[in-house]
Design a protein around this ligand. Sequence first.
Ligand SMILES: [Zn+2]
Length: 465
Amino acid sequence: MKITPHGAAGGEVTGSAYLVDTGRAKILVDCGFFQGGKDADAKNRVAIDGGGSGLDAVLLTHGHLDHTGRLPLLAEGGFRGSVHATPATIEMAGLILNDAVKLQAQDLERHNRKRARAGEPPLAPLYTAEHTERILSQMQPVPYKELVSVAPGIQARFVEAGHMLGSTSIQLLIDEGNGESRSVVFSGDLGPQGAPILRDSEPLRQAQAVFLESTYGDHDHRPFGDTVREFIEILRQATSEGGKVLVPSFAVGRAQVLTMLLAWAFRERILKPFPIFLDSPMAIQAWAIYRRHPELFDEEMNRFLREGSVEQDLATLNATATAEESKKINDVPGPCLIIAGAGMCTGGRILHHFRQNLWKPETHVLIVGYQARESLGRRLIEGEKKVTIHGETVAVKARVHTLGGFSAHAGQRDLLAWFGTLAPCRPRVVLTHGEDEPRRVLAGEIARRHQLDAVLPGLRETVVV
Ligand SMILES: [Zn+2]
């Protein structure tokens, strides 16, 4: 069997897509967007397996754009099979893809206006809303834990990954034709153990090959409790100084964790309520999806919801749907917290809040998620003193805090613990979804603990299992 990563390989974190070719069938596990780098657009335009018409099925680990963003290209390329995913992932993917196609159209329009002024012909969109709708209509819900048949000779089991609502690891059982089957496991993105809201990832125990993410393979995050204390301390300071707290966050995942933490801090009177702006129409819709899936919450979250009214706790929360409402936040006097996208500060409303506030020393920026190389978020973490936003130079006087403990990705210890239950099978280990250093360090730890040599494939470099 041949497995080829068409993204999230070669030291890259975005663009997850594995082409699995068993000889009898071909499937794709994830079909994500490349994001952040200058060449992302060009990479997204490279067809997977001649466009997708020869694929039997697609399986999704979760709904994030870097795992789903290229799906509409398959519809465009003639793929008419099923896209298997958990019900919550299907809802999340719908929300995220519909938003992405709108953003792409807006970006392209702006880009093409520039091209027209330069006398260049316009670029065609990567795909359209029609392709997005088509691929969404091909989605097929799968239950957690049960074996489902997805293609000739391939069964799949989706189990909790604890990374975002609906997220899973996927175990494939491939019929060898001699009564035997071979198990290949894709970790998907793994969440940290003990993170709030969601259930923890579920261990798997059988695999001949494991494709493991390595985003934070080189270090552990600060413990969650310490991070919460730091978060509360920053908020106390900012509210006493009257500064704004800006949180670039992807609309799904961190935004919900932060609002729940604020609800808890207000309910327990740890903080005095102050204005919060959830400046993202998508985060508002994502919360509605969360509320439809309490079966995916951990016990602590369900108890928190039972014991009080989150709506009452968050009486100072303002969800700003329109761009006009978003701009009015500038006029709000005194301290407030603003959660806005894009999570890696590559676009979206966070940019206009940055332009208005980064140059003020009383402003705080909280980095709560992964920031890809070359992204504005990464430049802020690295301490750049001046950045360019919408063509304007802005001095960075704000205090930038990195709260790694809020990450949706497992740190090294949790990655190794998750792999630990599979290690006794002596599987082939393939590390993907990580930059070179974290991948190399994680490979070293796996070799030291389990005497297993990991493969670190490059982009489109086939692994034979
Ligand atoms: Zn993810």
